[in-house]
Design a protein. Structure first.
Length: 76
């Protein structure tokens, strides 16, 4: 369960596995979330910091789980 949670967060719940332009897909999801947050700067800032922290922590844990340093060139 822990490994599934780490992988889910690190790939933004599977968006990172998009076969074509995964970074662009993640950016699109982020833009949609930002749109629905509206002009609430406090909520936007808190969410940004939480997601940044989660991304840094889980990507490091996923590197250890997969036993590789950078998986961007690997076919999933």
């Amino acid at each position: 369960m822990k490994n599934f949670l780490i992988r889910s967060i690190a790939t933004f719940f599977g968006v990172g596995y998009c076969p074509v332009a995964p970074g662009t897909a993640a950016t699109a999801v982020g833009a949609i979330i930002a749109y629905f947050l509206g002009n609430n700067l406090v909520v936007f800032t808190v969410l940004l910091l939480v997601l940044l922290f989660l991304g840094i922590v889980t990507s490091g844990l996923l590197e250890k789980q997969l036993n590789e340093k950078e998986s961007a060139n690997r076919v999933h």
